[in-house]
Design a protein around this ligand. Structure first.
Ligand SMILES: [Zn+2]
Length: 314
């Protein structure tokens, strides 16, 4: 069968991994676009087994970081479109969106798969959060100015249709910010260990179904009708670790995976969870550090662990 990402190459076996404890699954790699993915794509019932039932205590702990990231985006968008509608896909509690909203006059919308996280987020941040994926988004076509898909596409069962849905939601001239792991680097340790040990291990992040190379990402975006404006590569230290270059880099992969632990947020009220949010850190110090770190994002490299892609709907 042809590659489901580029529609051209003929993927062959790459390695086997543990999708979740006890579930050995085949990953194939396309020689044309460099994409790797589970073949067959796991059914929804299996994908949900990759995640704990509730998982949002961490989102309370990282409240200010998420809020500040939203402020930064609002600043970045200021010179492009000072107003408009911003959608965050996989928005968790919508804290990032609260940051965007607080820094101007924008309307913010969220999409979140976890019903519990969406409910808690509406209460905490007062953001309009719909439950589900891009395919089921309840908003009119061509109604959104800017969409962020941050570490979500690699979890989607059909990334091509997710991007097509994003393109439909955007107004002409609207933009997409896609943050996604550098697929070959993300899969590297699991594939190396499969070759060396001949046995399947977990992947670095549970629930990643697609491991997309830069070429594969550009191909997917073109299929959805996007014009790529910029590609930046970052997280170089993690890139070295993912290649096994640092001592003990692969240790975590060699342990037998245990059952997923239950997140303590299950059964806690939002009022109780709010206690996990610490005092507000200094915004201007955060802003300076974040802007400095961004200078190190590279347009040419494919060494780093993650890509940030900015694309436009013509
Ligand atoms: Zn391909």
């Amino acid at each position: 069968m042809d590659c489901i990402i580029c529609l051209e190459g003929k993927p062959g076996p790459a390695c086997k991994t543990l999708l979740y404890p006890g579930a050995v699954r085949q990953i194939v790699e396309c020689p044309a676009c460099g994409a790797s993915y589970y073949d067959p794509v796991p059914p929804v019932e299996e994908v949900t087994r990759c995640y704990p039932h509730a998982y949002f205590t961490d989102f309370f702990k990282q409240y200010w970081k998420d809020l500040f990231k939203g402020r930064l985006l609002a600043e970045d968008l200021g010179s492009w479109r000072p107003e408009g509608v911003v959608l965050d896909v996989g928005c968790a509690l919508g804290t990032f969106l609260a940051g965007v909203r607080g820094q101007g006059r924008r309307t913010v919308l969220g999409l979140e798969y976890s019903e519990a996280a969406a409910r808690a987020g509406r209460e905490l941040n007062g953001v309009d959060i719909a439950v589900g994926g891009l395919d089921a988004a309840p908003w009119a076509p061509a109604s959104v100015d800017f969409i962020q898909i941050n570490n979500v596409l690699e979890h989607e069962r059909d990334p091509a249709s997710a991007l097509a849905a994003a393109a439909r939601l955007l107004k002409p001239g609207g933009r997409l910010r896609l943050v996604v792991p550098n697929g070959p680097v993300d899969l590297r340790a699991s594939a190396d260990l499969w070759r060396k040990l001949g046995r399947p291990v977990v992947t670095r992040h549970g629930g990643h179904l697609f491991f997309l190379s830069r070429r594969a990402l550009e191909r997917l975006l073109a299929r959805a009708g996007f014009k790529v404006l910029s590609v930046k590569n970052f997280h170089f230290k993690l890139g070295a670790k993912a290649r096994g270059w640092t001592p003990g880099a692969y240790r975590a992969f060699l342990r037998e995976p245990g059952p997923l632990s239950q997140d303590p947020s299950a059964g806690m009220s939002v009022a109780e969870l709010k206690n996990l949010i610490g005092a507000e850190p200094d915004w201007s110090a955060y802003r300076l550090k974040a802007r400095w770190r961004r200078l190190w994002r590279s347009a040419d490299s494919q060494f780093g662990y993650d890509f940030e892609i900015l694309a436009e709907k013509p």
